[in-house]
Design a binder for this molecule. Structure first.
Ligand code: PXP
Length: 258
C-alpha cells in the first residue's frame, strides 16, 4: 500500500505569518527520501493554504507524482488542466468547513463533464466518495479512473473511542455513544469500507482512501488489501512538529507495512 502525503498544512503554517516559511516544496524532497509515493495538495476555492503559485512550482519541481484535490469550480478546473498534474481527486467543498467533511454528491451531473475535461488533458481522475454503492457506481458510470474512499466517519469513531475527545469542547456530539456501541460501529464502518473497496476493484477502478487517518487508526485500514494508496496529511504534519517530517513519515510507513 502506498502513501500519498498531503502537505496542505505546511502551507497552513506558512499562511499563519503570510511569509514564505515553511515552504511546502521543501517537504517534497524530504518526503521522497522517506519513501512517500505521491504528494497531495488541495487547491481550495478560498486559497486558505495552497495557492496557484504553489501548484505551479510544485508540479514543475516535484520528482513525485502530484495529486491535486479540487472542487468542480470552473476557474479551478481550467487552471489545473493547464498545469497538468499526474492526478486530480474531485472533492466537495464548503467555504465554512474546517476540512472536507464528506464525499461528493455524485448526483451532480456536472461531475461527469469535469471528469471528461481532465481526462482530455491526460489527467487521471479519482472521485472522493463516502463508502456507499451508489456513489461508487455513479463514479464508474461517469468514467472516473479511480475512487478515494472517505474514511472520516471511521476515523471520528476511533477518536471518540480511543482519545479523550469526548471530554473536550470538540466532542463529536452525534458520536457520543457507549464503548460497546462505538466498537460495533467501528467494525461496521470497516466492513463497509472493505465492501466498497472490493467492489471498486472488481469494476477496475483505482482504489484509494483517506481522511482522518492517524497513527492509531491506520492499521485496520491497511488490512484492506484492495486499497492501493492512502492519502494522509494532518496526523503526519502534526507529528512532524515534534519529531521532524522524515521521522513522522517513516513511523507512518512502518505502520503501513503488513
Ligand atoms: N484525502 C482527501 C481527498 C482529502 O480531502 C484530505 C484532506 O484534505 C485527505 C485525504 C487528508 O486528510 P487528513 O489531513 O485528515 O489526513
Amino acid at each position: 500500500m502506498q502513501l500519498g502525503l498531503n502537505i496542505d498544512h505546511i502551507a497552513t503554517l506558512r499562511e499563519a505569518r503570510k511569509i514564505n516559511d515553511p515552504d511546502p516544496l521543501e517537504a517534497i524532497f524530504i518526503a521522497k527520501n522517506a519513501g512517500v509515493s505521491q504528494i497531495t495538495i488541495h487547491l481550495r476555492e478560498d486559497r486558505r493554504h495552497i495557492n496557484d503559485f504553489d501548484v505551479k512550482r510544485i508540479i514543475e519541481s516535484s520528482f513525485l507524482p502530484i495529486n491535486i484535490e479540487c472542487s468542480i469550480d470552473e476557474y479551478i478546473v481550467d487552471f489545473i488542466c493547464k498545469q497538468k498534474p499526474y492526478k486530480v481527486t474531485l472533492v466537495p467543498e464548503k467555504r465554512e468547513e474546517v476540512t472536507t467533511e464528506g464525499g461528493l454528491n455524485m448526483e451532480n451531473n456536472k461531475i461527469k463533464d469535469v471528469i471528461k475535461e481532465f481526462q482530455k488533458h491526460d489527467i487521471f481522475v479519482a472521485t472522493f466518495i463516502d463508502p456507499n454503492l451508489s456513489a461508487l457506481e455513479l463514479s464508474k458510470s461517469y468514467g472516473a479512473d479511480g475512487i478515494e474512499i472517505h474514511t472520516g466517519y471511521y476515523a471520528n469513531l476511533t477518536l471518540m473511542l480511543y482519545s479523550n475527545l469526548k471530554n473536550t469542547h470538540n466532542s463529536i456530539k452525534n458520536l457520543e455513544l457507549d464503548k460497546n456501541s462505538l466498537i460495533q460501529e467501528i467494525n461496521t464502518s470497516l466492513e463497509t469500507i472493505k465492501n466498497i473497496a472490493m467492489r471498486a476493484k472488481k469494476l477496475n477502478l483505482g482504489v484509494y482512501a483517506g481522511h482522518g487517518l492517524n497513527y492509531f487508526n491506520v492499521k485496520e485500514i491497511v488490512k484492506i488489501q484492495e486499497i492501493e494508496e492512502l492519502n494522509i496529511g494532518q496526523s503526519i504534519i502534526a507529528k512532524s512538529v515534534f519529531v521532524g517530517l522524515k521521522e513522522a513519515i517513516k513511523d507512518m510507513l512502518d505502520l503501513m507495512r503488513v
